[in-house]
Design a protein around this ligand. Structure first.
Ligand SMILES: [Mg+2]
Length: 184
């Protein structure tokens, strides 16, 4: 008999402007500033049964502004900061016009993570601060949340994004997602 793994819902998280302060082409751990409410928000989501997966466009690598190694140093620092609450970090290193198949709003990284972590997309969310994050979630057929941190206020004002919910920040987003999950 084939053993089918149990599928778990996930919250896919944009990194810059969502979990941490927006810094243009962040490449040095000393410039990393985690929002004060992020750690508790991630704990709340994990306690509610969600896997946490970061999906991030890092074209600074393709532009030659920093290396994959620099980016991994940032992700290692975040893994420590968040006590391993994040199950996976997925990134696209390419330029916007390179025609790759992994840059948000494409869903390749979501699909890859869903397969590797046995994720139930029908109960999953994408949370980010840009229209492109909302589009990524929509393209994957999952619920979406636009936060007002980072570029969020600007992108909310552009009225392009039509997320499932708006939230002030990742803390507010976690409250909303957990409340909706509890309602079923
Ligand atoms: Mg962002």
């Amino acid at each position: 008999m084939i053993d089918t793994p149990t599928l778990t819902p996930a919250v896919f998280l944009d990194r810059d402007g969502t979990l941490i302060e927006e810094v243009n082409f962040l490449s040095r751990v000393e410039d990393l500033k985690v929002f004060p409410f992020t750690r508790a928000a991630l704990q709340k989501l994990v306690d509610a049964g969600f896997l946490l997966i970061v999906i991030t466009n890092q074209s600074g690598i393709g532009r030659g502004l920093f290396s994959e190694r620099d980016m991994h140093s940032i992700h290692e620092a975040l893994a420590v900061e968040f006590d391993g609450l994040i199950s996976g970090f997925y990134h696209c290193p390419h330029l916007p016009d390179e025609g790759c198949d992994c840059r948000k709003p494409k869903t390749t990284l979501i699909r890859r993570a869903a397969e590797e972590h046995h994720i139930d997309l029908s109960r999953s969310w994408f949370v980010g601060d840009k229209n492109i994050d909302v589009l990524t979630g929509e393209n994957a057929g999952i619920s979406t949340c636009l936060v007002s941190t980072g570029y969020g206020v600007l992108h909310k004002a552009l009225l392009e994004a039509r997320p499932t919910v708006f939230a002030d920040n990742i803390g507010d987003a976690a409250d909303e997602i957990v409340a909706r999950a509890a309602k079923g």
